[in-house]
Design a protein around this ligand. Sequence first.
Ligand code: SF4
Ligand code: SF4
Ligand code: SF4
Ligand code: FES
Length: 336
Amino acid sequence: MDAIILNGMPVDVAAQESLLEVAARQGVLVPTLCHHPSLSVTGRCKVCLVEADGKLVPACATRAVPGMLVETDNPRVLTARRRRVEALMRHHRGECANCRQREFCGLLELAAAVGLGAVEFREAPLSPPVQSGALLIDLGKCLGCERCVRVCREVRRVDALRHPRFTHQSHAPVRFDPACEGCGQCAVVCPTGAIVEASRHPAERRVRTVCGYCGTGCSLYLDVREGQVTGVTSDPFDPVGGGNLCVKGRFGFGFIHHPERLRRPLVRSGTGFQEVDWEEALEFAAGELGRIRDEHGGRALAGLGSARGTNEENYAFQRLLRGALGSNNVDNCARL
Ligand code: SF4
Ligand code: SF4
Ligand code: SF4
Ligand code: FES
């Protein structure tokens, strides 16, 4: 390996490594905004400035070249970064008390990282916030980092987001192409309240669980407030989905506390249904399944397992069909 001099110390660098990656490997914190580990590099925001061979350069978009002299926290670098963040804040419609992003705000984090205390925010909105499906769009809070556009194009492979030019003067709304799948991933990577889930509110606690919608098994956190599930937060370290969720996994939790949710079994009675207890329902189902098998043979029966069941539950289900009821007509709705 060849080396650069990072803050006075020689550090080996690999081919194609960026200054940001080298610094991170050495435990040197360089604040970032437009950079995201899952997205292409644009070097757009200039928040991650460092000094390389006497020039200020964005660390995320600058390759480490052997022999380079790099400073990440000299007074010139710190001043330049602070000015950059100050400028972003002056163009930002700050109303943190009511902002749905206040729990996870990347801009407030950035301000703290560059040592900004009291901040002057923009006062008037560029355009009023608008709702698009489950998302709330507030362009006055946009920092122009393009993370939303890139995640839709590069990770979701949908390319549905049409964002106005990032001039902070544009009154054009963000447009979602009809191809938009409503997955909400653009809101997840947006560092501010510019694109947020309309239903998001700070959680009192988060419970880690596995999404119950399909057999893929994405991990997620259920946001809980006053004993109710109020939202879903994805887990960027989830080895299955890497923090990506589909529209059902992210927004399909309304059924949990819905007043019409079925909580007890129903048995058909005439043209309607009758609520019964579990014992009665199971006895009825077992009796009818046994009767059909005895009268018509196992092949008269078929079973469709649920993608929302665990592997173990689906294994037990097919054993019931094959072993107890004598039918090989068994399938799973995951194949539909
Ligand atoms: S995005 Fe951050 S800085 Fe802006 S209003 Fe919301 S919490 Fe405040
Ligand atoms: S909701 Fe998903 S599909 Fe729609 S624009 Fe955002 S990232 Fe793209
Ligand atoms: S909407 Fe959010 S993610 Fe998209 S450019 Fe603006 S600040 Fe960045
Ligand atoms: S984080 Fe490097 S330029 Fe934006």
